[in-house]
Design a protein. Structure first.
Length: 88
């Protein structure tokens, strides 16, 4: 049984979001929108969060839908890495 494979890929979180900024070198800012029920009223509300992700080749552009994966801390705020670009 391959435990090392499940350890390396199974515990990492992935998120899909929209790129809102590419002005930094090798870094993109991805906005992730999550739909959750309100704790008391149960209406579905949107919660958004910004993630700083590492983009080594600078492939992503503003407005792209991308998939990011959790990784070791690269800098103070950056602990995500660009996995793939889903749509341009």
């Amino acid at each position: 049984m391959s435990d090392t494979q499940t350890e390396s890929t199974g515990l990492r979180k992935t998120r899909v979001g929209i790129v809102i900024s590419t002005s930094m070198d090798k870094t993109i800012v991805v906005e992730y929108v999550n739909r959750v029920p309100h704790p008391r009223y149960k209406k579905i509300v949107k919660r958004s969060k910004k993630f700083y992700a590492h983009d080594e080749k600078g492939e992503a552009a503003v407005g792209d839908k991308v998939s990011i994966i959790e990784t070791r801390p690269i800098s103070k705020k950056k602990c995500w890495k660009l996995q793939e670009i889903l749509t341009h």
